[in-house]
Design a protein around this ligand. Structure first.
Ligand code: NAP
Length: 332
């Protein structure tokens, strides 16, 4: 089968289209013929090998050379212990532990996958898993956003952020979205009440204070975050340079009795109920995967370039289906 592989950390130029063996599913795995895969910040981090956690299991070179964790497709074969799926079932999920979505066929853990509900296309299904579940677990569970609260989402124009803006609105919050100026109209369209261009304005110095700051990638100092939080407020983050994350957690915990402000790393839990919930919310029209770009399989490096260069709007989807000519057809 064809797959995009990278054997060194670096830029999208490291990606090569190669012929590789079709994976053999282990007992608890499902072989999925990939119809669509969406990219997340975690994919570009795994390509670059930065921050440090992106090299877990592969310090010098990538342990899993085929990227792509958010995938959707049809079951091609199942391992001996898999009872939930049969050949031909449409499935989707975040295959973060195995990756492989940038191959024509990927092996995924049974417990990472759910059946795609009727009415949801492959592209939409692929756009949901990682970003929407991070946002759901952050906004609903960790921050428990309530009506009337002031919520700031930093990195709002990307994968998790575009869902966090919509979910915070759904919970009745007043939402400020931080990202590049070029994404302002896109962010307002997602429901943001206010938009901050991070290249021109520092939201921690704007005077406004927030009950919840949801930052997909921490870049600011502890004092800056604390300044921007209201008493009783919470900073939730999901990624960032390792030393900065550790410092924020440690110093935040020590100072908490004095500041009355919480700082928390959101570690995403693989819960299929949450995956099903974001799919239901999508089908009900309450949120939408903001798919800004769709690329054919053969142009996967271009999709990565968009992400790495800071030109991506919301979700970037790669259509996994290939025709003999090498171009791709829409799967849905
Ligand atoms: N904790 C966990 O369990 C877990 C699990 C999975 C993933 N993650 C982490 O989640 C993080 C990525 O989230 P994602 O997939 O949503 O990333 P993403 O799609 O790359 O989105 C990041 C967004 O932030 C914007 N941005 C860049 N610089 C900014 C700045 N200074 N201020 C505000 N926004 C800025 C980006 O704009 P441009 O693209 O235009 O630069 C982009 O729109 C990664 O760090 C990943 O490791 C954590």
């Amino acid at each position: 089968m064809k797959a995009w592989v990278h054997h060194r950390y670096g830029t999208p130029d490291e990606l090569r289209l190669a012929d590789v063996p079709v994976p053999t599913p282990r007992e608890d795995e499902v072989l999925v013929r990939v119809a669509a895969v969406s990219l997340n910040g975690s994919d570009s981090e795994a390509l670059r090998g930065y921050p440090g956690y992106a090299r877990l299991g592969g310090l010098r070179k990538p342990r899993r050379p085929i990227l792509g964790s958010d995938l959707a497709g049809r079951v091609e074969a199942v391992g001996g212990k898999v009872t939930r799926f049969a050949v031909g079932d449409p499935v989707f999920g975040d295959n973060l532990s195995r990756l492989g979505g940038l191959g024509e066929v990927a092996s995924a853990q049974d417990r990472s996958l759910a059946r795609i509900p009727e009415g949801l296309g492959f592209r939409e299904a692929a756009a949901l898993p990682q970003g929407a579940v991070i946002a759901l677990q952050g906004i609903r569970d960790a921050a428990r956003v309530a009506p009337g609260q002031a919520v700031l989402v930093s990195g709002a124009g990307g994968s998790a952020g575009s869902f966090a803006v919509q979910l915070a609105k759904l919970h009745g919050a007043d939402v400020t979205a931080v990202d590049r100026a070029a994404k302002a109209a896109f962010l307002r369209d997602l429901g943001a009440d206010a938009v901050v261009d991070f290249e021109r304005e520092d939201f921690t110095r704007g005077g406004k204070r927030y009950d919840v700051i949801f930052d997909v990638f921490v870049r600011r100092s502890l004092s800056a975050y604390l300044r921007a939080l209201r008493p009783g407020g919470i900073l939730l983050f999901v990624g960032g340079p390792v030393r900065r994350m550790l410092w924020l957690l440690l110093a935040g915990a020590v100072l908490r009795p004095f500041t009355r402000k919480r700082i928390r790393l959101l570690i995403v839990r693989a819960r299929l109920d949450d995956l099903r919930e974001v799919a239901e919310l999508t089908l009900a029209g309450r949120i939408r995967p903001a798919i800004g770009h769709v690329f054919p399989f053969d142009e996967a490096p271009e999709a990565f370039r968009l992400l790495v260069d800071g030109r991506a709007l919301g979700k970037v989807v790669i259509d996994g289906t290939r025709t003999p000519s090498g171009r791709s057809d829409a799967a849905d």
